[in-house]
Design a protein around this ligand. Structure first.
Ligand code: NAD
Length: 423
């Protein structure tokens, strides 16, 4: 009997719809393993929880929370927790599925999971945020754990939120379980290099893609959408390599400067209040961001941002997907036809989960590495994965996205097949 998955019927260009279409594209390359492909389209487990908290004014507020474990054939679930007013179960399903593909693409011993709360954290006080985080952690406590499923930061969550999650889980199980989350503060079992790891991975894969395209990073013009953890770190590293950050967009608006924005002054302002108050650039309409003169485009905000129309007008030669699911399938086709190279999210932003893996390993061994060692290992893992994906793309004449899915889905479905079905 098949489960009633009517709630997963995707709306067009929704994250889950985008993911399903990416799976359809890889099936022809899976050979005999394709008989297991339906596994990839069904989350293993999805938990919806009510998160009631007492607000500072004494009223009671309820928020909806989710934890989806998409696939755990290769290891415990792994994936971030997002606090955002637009979070939905369908979005979390897609994000969890991309985690399955991502952890397999870089060959980490994990499955894929993701969580979220439908809440605008900017409207909560510090204490209210703590209560939401702790109640949510308690509610999903029945399915997470260092060997079951290990959350991490995502949009609007950070090291402080991870510290509360670790503490809540630890109090509930009666011990200090540092390995239950990654992205923790350093003195609570966090890892050096974790904060910058995702942006660093975007840089490492982008540098290699640019080299293969014959695009010199010195003087290359870069447009970045999303100037948070991922976008701002990637921008900094590209600027250090000699590139010019010519456009930045965040939730407050878009600023441009054809000579390059001064990141040293922009970064603290962006963190405090957003980019539009910045004096060293001109404010332009948000839609104009997409045809700004640039060589590299880095979408590092939310899903579904690179639409067919925007793909048609971008001037970039290279797109580096810092965000998860930023490009809808129709836009993918247009970019491929126009000869724009896309380094897909499932490899491009895998630096974060890779250093999360290092953090988890360090927590278990209670032995911590220095930052150089972490960055070198990250570089090596990302480069090995990217080279293998590139070979697969060349061999089958397919996009890097389909090639990443091919490499990853073969690993996932091979594990599924070797484990067999029980009971
Ligand atoms: P963040 O909260 O640190 O930053 C998000 C940025 O996006 C902010 O600058 C915000 O202003 C901007 N933004 C939000 N809505 C926007 C809009 N409508 N238009 C333009 N900009 C908008 O989040 P983050 O951790 O940097 O995550 C960004 C993306 O990267 C997400 O897709 C996330 O899933 C993905 N990602 C994050 C990590 C990680 O380690 N943090 C790892 C892999 C992938």
């Amino acid at each position: 009997m098949s489960a009633d998955l009517s709630y997963v019927q995707p709306t067009p260009n929704s994250p889950w719809g985008t993911y399903l279409s990416q799976v359809d594209r890889v099936v022809p390359y899976l050979g005999e393993l394709s008989r297991w492909a339906e596994t990839l389209k069904r989350p293993k487990r999805a938990l919806i929880v009510d998160v009631p908290i007492e607000m500072d004014d004494g009223s009671i507020a309820h928020f909806e929370g989710y934890r989806v474990q998409h696939n755990m054939s290769r290891g415990p679930g792994k994936g971030g927790v997002r606090f955002h007013p637009d979070v939905t179960l369908e979005e979390v399903m897609a994000l969890s599925a991309w985690m399955t593909v991502k952890t397999a693409a870089v060959n980490l011993p994990y499955g894929g999971a993701k969580g979220g709360i439908r809440v605008d954290p900017k409207k909560l006080t510090h204490k209210e945020l703590e209560r939401v985080t702790r109640r949510y952690t308690s509610e999903i406590g029945i399915i997470i754990g260092p060997q079951q499923d290990i959350p991490a930061p995502d949009v609007n969550t950070n090291a402080q939120v991870m510290a509360w999650m670790m503490d809540t889980y630890s109090m509930n199980v009666g011990g200090t379980a540092t390995g239950v989350v990654t992205g923790k503060p350093l003195h609570l079992g966090g890892s050096l290099g974790r904060v910058k790891a995702t942006g660093r991975g975007v840089f490492v894969t982008g540098r290699e893609a640019a080299r293969r395209l014959g695009l010199d990073l010195r003087g290359a013009r870069i447009a970045v959408q999303g100037f948070g953890n991922v976008g701002s770190v990637a921008a900094e590293l590209f600027a250090e390599a000699g590139a010019k950050i010519v456009a930045v967009q965040d939730h407050t608006g878009t600023i441009v400067n054809a000579n390059g924005l001064d990141l040293k002054t922009l970064l603290p302002l962006a963190r405090a209040e957003g980019v539009v108050g910045f004096k060293g650039g001109d404010v332009i309409a948000n839609e104009s961001f997409w045809d700004v003169a640039c060589d590299i485009l880095i979408p590092a905000a939310l899903e579904g941002q690179v639409t067919a129309e925007r793909a048609q007008k971008t001037q970039a030669r290279l797109v580096l997907e810092g965000a998860n699911g930023p490009t809808v399938p129709a836009a993918d086709d247009i970019l491929a036809e126009r000869g724009v190279l896309v380094v897909p999210d499932v490899i491009c932003n895998a630096g974060g989960v890779t250093v999360s893996y290092f953090e988890w390993v360090q927590d278990f061994s209670s032995f911590f590495w220095d930052e150089d060692e972490i960055n070198q290992r990250l570089d090596r893992i990302m480069m090995n994965a990217l080279n293998q994906i590139w070979d697969t793309a060349d061999r089958h004449r397919i996009t890097l996205r389909t090639a990443t899915f091919a490499v990853a889905c073969e690993r996932i479905l091979m594990a599924r097949q070797e484990r067999g079905l029980y009971p």
